[in-house]
Write a new protein. Sequence first.
Length: 584
Amino acid sequence: MLDHIVRRATVVDGGGGPAYVADVGVHDGRIAFVRAAGRRRAGAGRVGERARTEEDAHGLVLAPGFVDPHTHYDAQLFWDPCAAPSLTHGVTTVVGGNCGFSLAPLHPDDADYTRRMMSRVEGMSLRALEEGAPWTWASFGDYLAALDGRIAVNAGFMAGHCALRRRAMGEQAVGGTPDARQLARMTALLHEALDAGAWGLSTTQSHTHADGDGRPVASRHARPEELLALCRAVGAHEGTQVEAIVSGCLTGFSEAESALLTAMTTAARRPLNWNVLTVDAAAPERVTRQLAVSERARAAGGRVVALTMPVLTPMNMSLGSYCALNLLPGWGGILALPVPERIDRLRDADVRAAMLCGARSPEAGDLRRLTDFGAYVIGDTWSKENDGLTGRTVRDIAAERGTDPFACLVEICAADELRTVLWPTPTDDDPASWELRRRTWAHPDVLLGGSDAGAHLDRMCGAPYPTRFLGDCLRGRRLLPLEQAVRLLTDAPARLFGLRGRGRIAEGHHADLVLFDPERIDAAPASLVHDLPGDGPRLDSRAVGVVSVRVNGVETVRHDVLTGALPGVVLRSGRDTETVDVAG
């Protein structure tokens, strides 16, 4: 007997072909049959057509579960096995351990350092990290075992270079260069992690990544020979990948960075992905320049893939707590001062002029998109002086007060002792930018993703991008047909990571399925909730139009309500992934 049958669904199977009406049967976690209307498909009779449950999905779309290739759910899964809000938006597989940051391997004495680093670099609540995860593992295999059998989504994890370096070198990991013994130890730790099921190596060389003490994170001190040794280790294991972040991801790749990424993918003989490709019609040459490294890698026998988001994800800012503004040239030192001194410095016209000069310099790279301070929208405020300002633009308020926008913004924030929440207005939400995105998505070395879900929880909510994107394709800009949009969210990432039996609706594949209403599919606006361990805040967004989500055949969501089932699998390289041809 089957476990479940979805009848008369409009099947968009992930392959990019035309949708069709079909019945889909599920048995023992896999798709038992797909029977299109009017004909019988092979396999339909093997387990019969009686089922414990069934539903009529006439008028609804059935798609494969979405795959999010760039998340930071490594800690959150311990207190939230459903990876909120990703699962309710149809994401059935997440990839963690990105940007060089995994939680294993771990020496017991380094747990505090790791928590503080993750709190700083990925904007995670320190209290949630301290109270919500057990921190009882040592090896990468121990970490994976701690999640086995207790998650609702499928999850795979990269081994982070920072953790490997810290475990092999101790405190010397920050600032030091490994000697031969330490490098051998680091490489052995990576082999152990890959044997245990790590998906590959992730690393960062980005100037934006600092640890809890404000120092460059461990992997930023690695020289090319260290990175290439680790990449060669990756290539010795089946079904593995490389993920790398360098400063040029934001500012434009230098010749040295382009050469390094190419050398890394060829040393590993595996695909390398990076995050995130910004597309803006105001600088159309940027896309061509950033994707030149992909052409260079292919010519050398490797593959470099850029992740890019298909939606604009708002991210709030603050002059009172660490955020992207701290990364602007000349801003970090000022925004790190004690609040009273910080306010005094910000009120100095000469200081503001120097800050604006740095913010708009070429060195700011993509962060220059944050520098139209007049277009900022005021969010939450705290003082009586700011009553009535929420929802208004700084430009309008500045015009009323007869001052320049940045000075006005500073005074608003100063009245709140810098706690004011600020929302930048996107500068690239124009028809030309969206048309450039549509063309960019067709590039063979571009993949949709880069949500950062699980990180920066009180500043952004990137997890709902699949439902927002589909809603836009069906009822908004209509940049892509539904079949192509679904392929980019399912089969495309599954193929890049070599996922076995996932990413499509096909007989024998794992039954990761999303059933949704095409007339309604979307994501609600983000709102702040306090449900982290220690009552910490995070931005949440409810799914709209998602009828059901199944993970390995088991229903985990029904009409945006979690069922409580935990059918997710910790996906291990080799067993659950296969090696991807870098020429593919």
